[in-house]
Design a protein. Structure first.
Length: 667
């Protein structure tokens, strides 16, 4: 649709009846009416031709002496009329010319009938018969879909023919002339008025239909834009976590049902935080865009799906039949990024360009029935790639003794993690967007191995969930956060990320209530953060637990909004107190398109009626932009990195104390 067309339609609908139509809309109306005019002309010409021929029986009664001549003329004109109009329509002649031919045929049929009627010696019968002429005027003004100008012209010609024959044949009776003449003129006037009204009504129906079409198109475009917004990473244009998770499950389903094997390839940009610190976030964003384009180009020869998990992490799903093919694709991606030769002078190794570390896992190597296991094994391989110097590819090998023992070693570590002091909590401040004061904290769980090395949450959390140990770890996280922060009046609220495994446990809400009584913490000071996910929707156990927590007085927040499966439908199904907008939307605000997406997301959350929280604040400009949009809470490295409880308490004590409105803690 042309820009401004909707405004033109509104102006057109508001015009007076005598105002001239918009040339553009009138032309569009003509174009849109072509098929309708053809169809109307085809049907009307057939019916009119048959009816004209069928009136031969009145000729036999009213004008018997010239009936044979008139009947012959009827058949010739009627059949010619029908077949000529059909031929013109089949040739694709413009509907305007088809209407002209219809009008000419009607006038010719009327004139022929009038001529033979006037030649009859039965003048009285012919005088009665003359009144039948109004059928022609009514038919062509009402029955045919003629434009008003053509209707006026052809009706006027027929009225003129009538007057000529009336005056020449029946001039002796002034009463008859006045009576029949008045009937003709009245019919002529009224049917033309009806024709004008019908044409105006058709035009207005067209305008209203066009306006509805435009609104539907706009609604469709807005829906498509929202869909793109919910499935596309704002910075790189790749699929976001929502979309790539759906792709991953589709790939896994095909593997389970049709044995269409595939690989999960996890990609991490090496030392990207140092790159951002050295060159700034704008160049960092340009770097990520370039890396994404290089990966897309290198994978084009395979059937693939590429997405961004957030930050500098990417995932590539590739259809492949062998591990060799998987390794070839992974290495081509690594080489493509290295070939970009993007300078990175702050690396601690001898390689001074941007590179990636890659971990890959093959579906045929996984015995589990859950897709999460495949991702976990790819993440392990990625972890190994980082440990062995980066800028390399590591493949998960189920026959590798180190891989076989990893699950067992982490499981053993988790069993005694709490008692052995291998698990700890750190806290990241959350600040009020208006005052800048700390109003809460997000708690983050950390796990240290037997050798003192930190183990990634991407490794130990899936194992904890799979083994059920997340239940005990989750209760410990809530209890520790309440004791270390809320009970000591450090902050007014702490949130804890809770997994679906925990929420599916029937006694979870009771255990939370027991912890709150034990630590003497008011329920409204605790926040349970739920990561946006498909497992929330329709999961009756999870929904029941969330309702029980709300009844208890615990706040419910939705984390990572815009990147998971559920989107707005999740917000609609669960009454969240606050929604955390994923950091990827904020990171993309360096571009106008990304900034507009961020504003739209903030507006969506605000319209739902939830508190708005923006995480991932890394610069002053991002903080100012978020504050300008009147979000409620902010979180990010620029406002405070994760820290031990005692460090956070000292930081809060050093700042001006304000009424506390919110915080978060995650396991």
């Amino acid at each position: 649709m042309a820009p401004g067309l909707a405004e033109n339609i509104d102006a057109e609908l508001g015009k007076r009846w005598y105002s001239r139509r918009s040339p553009a809309l009138a032309k569009l109306y003509e174009e849109r009416s072509e098929c309708t005019h053809w169809q109307d002309a085809r049907i009307s010409s057939r019916i009119a031709g048959i009816v004209y021929i069928a009136f031969f029986f009145t000729d036999l009664i009213m004008i018997r002496d010239v009936a044979l001549y008139n009947i012959a003329a009827r058949f010739i004109i009627g059949l010619l009329f029908i077949f000529d109009i059909e031929a013109q329509i089949r040739r694709g002649v413009r509907s305007r010319w088809v209407d002209y031919q219809c009008a000419f045929g009607i006038v010719a049929a009327y004139a022929t009938w009038m001529w033979f009627s006037s030649c009859s010696v039965y003048q009285v019968s012919a005088s009665y018969y003359l009144t039948y002429g109004i059928i022609f005027i009514i038919g062509q003004n009402v029955f045919f879909n003629f434009r008003f100008g053509l209707a006026v012209m052809s009706s006027s010609v027929m009225l003129g023919i009538f007057i000529v024959f009336l005056v020449s044949s029946f001039f002796s009776s002034i009463e008859y002339v006045v009576g029949i003449g008045t009937l003709y003129v009245s019919t002529y006037t009224l049917t033309l008025f009806v024709n004008w009204k019908l044409n105006e009504e058709r035009y207005r129906v067209f305008l209203n239909s066009l306006r509805a079409e435009i609104r539907q198109e706009e609604a469709t475009e807005r829906g498509a834009a929202l869909l793109r917004l919910s499935t596309t990473d704002a910075l790189t244009g790749l699929a976001n976590r929502r979309a790539i998770d759906e792709e991953l499950r589709a790939y896994w389903s095909n593997w389970q049902t049709a044995e269409k094997s595939f690989a999960v390839i996890l990609i991490d940009v090496d030392y990207f935080k140092r790159y951002n610190d050295q060159y700034g976030h704008q160049r960092g964003d340009r770097c990520l865009i370039a890396v994404a384009e290089a990966m897309k180009t290198s994978a084009t020869q395979s059937q693939y799906a590429l997405g961004r998990f957030g930050g500098e992490e990417f995932i590539l799903l590739v259809r492949c039949q062998t591990r060799e093919h998987m390794a070839l694709v992974a290495e081509s991606v690594r080489q493509a990024v290295e070939d970009l030769a993007i300078p990175h002078e702050q690396r601690p190794d001898p390689c001074f360009v941007v590179t990636v570390s890659i971990g890959a896992a093959f579906s045929r190597d996984i015995t589990s029935t859950k897709v999460e296991r495949l991702v976990t094994e790819a993440d392990r391989a990625l972890y190994a790639a980082k440990k062995t110097g980066r800028n390399c590819v590591k493949l998960f090998d189920r026959d590798d003794p180190m891989e076989i023992n990893l699950d067992d070693s982490v499981t053993d570590l988790l069993r005694g993690a709490i008692a052995g002091g291998h698990v700890a909590m750190v806290y990241q401040p959350i600040r009020d967007a208006r005052s800048g004061q700390i109003v809460g904290a997000e708690a983050l769980m950390r796990l240290t191995g037997f050798n003192g090395e930190s183990i990634s949450p991407a490794v130990f959390i899936p194992i904890a969930e799979r083994t059920g140990m997340i239940i005990e770890l989750g209760r410990w996280a809530i209890r520790t956060a309440c004791r270390e922060l809320i009970a000591k009046n450090c902050v007014g609220m702490v949130s804890v990320n809770v997994s679906v495994v925990q929420l599916s446990t029937p006694s979870f809400a009771l255990s939370v209530a027991a912890i709150l009584r034990e630590t003497d913490v008011p329920p409204h000071c605790l926040v349970v953060e739920v990561t946006e996910g498909l497992q929330i929707e329709g999961n009756l156990d999870v929904l029941r637990t969330l309702r029980e927590l709300r009844t208890l007085g615990v706040k419910i927040w939705l984390d990572d909004f815009g990147t998971g499966f559920a989107g707005l439908s999740c917000v609609r199904e669960v009454a969240f107190d606050a929604v955390k907008i994923d950091r990827s939307f904020l990171q993309a605000t360096e571009t106008e398109r990304g900034a507009q997406m961020f504003r739209n997301i903030v507006g969506l959350v605000r319209n739902v009626g939830c508190l708005t929280i923006v995480e991932g604040i890394e610069t002053h400009d991002q903080q100012r932009l978020s504050a300008d949009l009147k979000v409620d809470l902010l979180q990010g490295y620029h406002l405070g990195k994760p820290m031990a409880a005692e460090v956070l308490r000292a930081l809060v004590a050093a700042e001006t104390v304000v009424p506390r409105v919110g915080t978060t803690a995650s396991a």
